[in-house]
Design a protein around this ligand. Structure first.
Ligand code: ADP
Ligand code: MG
Length: 599
């Protein structure tokens, strides 16, 4: 027999069962929700500061006691709240920041869920003082565990002051989970520090147990970083930026030699919100290629700016995690941005080759010059060349061109050993270069640059070659055709297995032309299983590897010199595209040590 439900009591049958499902009172629901939003005092601090920022505060003061356990007090000079609004804040989903689903998709404030204050007031004793620009008198609200105690008028400065006392006083379970005051303090300091980095234009004062931890005045990002990390560390950072229509990235990268053994010093901000994202961290790490020692991690401070529509920040109440619409595009963008950023700096130890005395005095030639140095070097060669080729001068001097004799003397100072390594004396030591890896790096960068060019650079073959491939490989060629053409291949496909090739890339040795395409496709497939890379990058790696000078190939002096010079022009001359080292430097002091010399 079925009885319709009655108010307050649901009778299912003649058995008199008590009602089991109830709507929880607000105060209890808020307490439960608080567990998600406020895990520890630091989470409350974060929410309060974010509210101040959303209220356009210029100055924020944070005062805590006992690691925030007994007091968290945040004062701002922001917009403040009206008396009506101030009376609302302890209700869940009370927010002024969004009102529709469209707003949720286009979030530009740090808060939007309307649950932070409801959660905080559910588990603590709160005193809120606030005043807007328009109102003459301020409002004071006292709330104790979701219960509104009183609202009164009180004269107060423009802005908002929120005192949170005895956090978790009514949730002993959670209170017992808190760590020592020092540990909780550290978590709070981390929160304040992140906000300070992402908002350098804010004045921030942070006082813990009467001691001033931060007193930061509004400044540029660079000065803010100096104020927080100290001059020395700040000086070891490289600024970089990279921009596309949909994403902008800027920030600081630690030089590899300052890398740490832990991952703690990594700051990632998305639209000024501190986030944790393993994919992006990995992309940054990958951007360093093998510039880092195993097990060490670079310090970085990165700011990503992205259209809010392209990212979901509403993944978790703490808003630490985000979901990107196109994560792999972000990955590639971050990685290449970091790579470019690092390449601008001369991370390679400066190495100079002593040359002969030239007419204009001593000239040192650096094989791994910085961009500018390379340019001025070129100029010097040019000047010399002009001087050498001017007929009057030549006639006056007569004999062999000094340039040639100089080149010869450099070449005679370079040795190839076992048709594998090139040995070059450099300032304070000797450098050993892996000829294959070096050429790979050169070709790789050339190919990547070529992908971005309009015209295809190809050398025409006298007689077209017919290549037979497996249907799978031929299909792959078809898929990669546009990029292969960019590389310089001229290909036509017939049926499912026949390819006619009548043009090959400039860098391919004529004897190599038959197998090169097959080799590239094989290498491409092998890489496909090992690493996740963009097709173009994978193709560039495969091509570079296949077309590069092989180990075992003898090289003459000018070939070696040209190889070294081209290597010096690359963006990252220290590692090959697969991450292996290209060159190793043995310093004189190292040699001296091994020979037991003191000098
Ligand atoms: P949310 O930030 O997600 O909107 P909160 O619970 O953190 O939710 O805050 C609720 C509302 O209280 C905010 O939307 C805002 O209108 C108001 N508010 C909170 N803190 C401040 C502040 N410091 N200054 C001005 N308004 C504030
Ligand atoms: Mg908020």
């Amino acid at each position: 027999m079925f009885y319709p439900p009655q108010a307050g009591k649901l009778v299912i049958s003649h058995l008199d069962m008590a009602q089991t499902i109830k709507i929880l009172p607000d105060s209890l629901a808020n307490k439960i929700a608080a567990g998600e939003v406020v895990q520890r005092p630091a989470s409350a601090v974060k929410e309060l500061i974010e509210n101040s920022i959303d209220a356009s505060a210029k100055s924020i003061t944070i005062i805590i006691k006992d690691g925030g356990k007994s007091l968290i007090h945040v004062v701002d000079d922001g917009e403040g709240m009206s008396a009506e609004d101030a009376a609302m804040v302890f209700h869940r989903h009370a927010t002024s920041k969004i009102s529709s689903y469209e707003d949720l998709e286009n979030i530009r404030t740090l808060g939007f869920r309307g649950e932070a204050l409801a959660s905080i007031t559910a588990i603590s004793q709160v005193e809120l003082r606030t005043r807007t620009e328009q109102s003459e008198i301020g409002t004071k609200v006292r709330i104790d565990g979701s219960t509104l105690l009183d609202i009164s008028e009180e004269s107060s400065p423009k802005g908002t002051s929120i005192q949170v006392k005895n956090l978790f006083y009514n949730t002993p379970g959670r209170r017992n989970f808190l760590k020592s005051n020092t540990t909780e303090f550290r978590h709070i300091a981390d929160v304040v520090q992140r906000i300070a980095i992402s908002h350098p234009d804010l004045k921030i004062v942070f006082i813990s147990d009467q001691e001033t931890v931060f007193d930061l005045k509004p400044s540029s990002l660079q000065d803010r970083i100096k104020a927080i990390f100290g001059e020395q560390l700040a000086d070891s950072l490289i600024y970089f930026e990279n921009e596309t229509d949909f994403l902008n990235i800027h920030g600081y990268l630690g030089k590899p030699n300052f890398a740490r053994k832990g991952k703690t010093e990594q700051y990632l901000f998305l639209n000024k919100r501190y986030i944790v994202n393993r994919t992006i961290n990995h992309a940054v790490f990958n951007g360093y290629e093998n510039l880092l020692e195993k097990g060490s991690f670079p310090l970085f401070i990165l700011f990503l700016t992205l259209d809010p529509h392209k990212v979901d920040v509403n993944v978790h109440p703490t808003k630490l995690e985000v979901k990107f619409e196109d994560e792999s595009a972000i990955y590639r963008f971050v990685m290449s941005g970091v790579r470019k950023g690092l390449s601008k700096y001369d991370l390679f130890p400066s190495i100079k080759i002593e040359e002969n005395q030239l007419s204009s005095g001593k000239l040192t030639h650096s094989f791994f010059p910085t961009r500018d140095a390379a340019r001025s070097q070129e100029n010097r060669w040019e000047q010399l060349y002009q001087r050498e080729t001017s007929p009057e001068l030549n006639a006056a001097r007569g004999g062999e061109s000094q340039i040639e004799s100089c080149l010869q003397s450099v070449q005679s100072n370079i040795w190839q050993v076992h048709n594998k390594y090139i040995l070059v004396p450099v300032e304070n030591g000797i450098m050993i270069v892996d000829q294959h890896a070096a050429h790979e790096r050169i070709l790789y960068e050339r190919v990547i640059a070529r992908f971005n060019k309009k015209e295809n650079a190809s050398q025409q073959l006298l007689f077209p070659h017919t290549i037979q491939m497996t249907p799978g490989n031929a299909l792959l060629v078809k898929q990669l055709l546009t990029d292969l053409e960019k590389l310089g291949f001229n290909l036509k496909l017939f049926g499912t297995t026949t390819i006619i090739m009548d043009g090959i890339p400039m860098d391919v040795k004529p004897s190599n032309e038959d197998s090169i395409l097959q080799d590239i496709i094989d290498a491409y497939k092998e890489d496909e299983q090992k690493i996740k890379l963009e097709p173009r990058e994978r193709l560039a790696k495969s091509f570079a590897c296949m077309a590069a000078i092989k180990t075992g190939e003898p090289l003459n002096g000018s070939e070696m010199l040209s190889l070294l010079n081209q290597l010096g022009e690359t963006e990252i001359p220290t590692v090959c595209p697969h991450g292996r080292p290209v060159s190793i430097k043995l310093s004189l002091s190292e040699l001296d040590k091994r020979f037991g010399r003191t000098s």
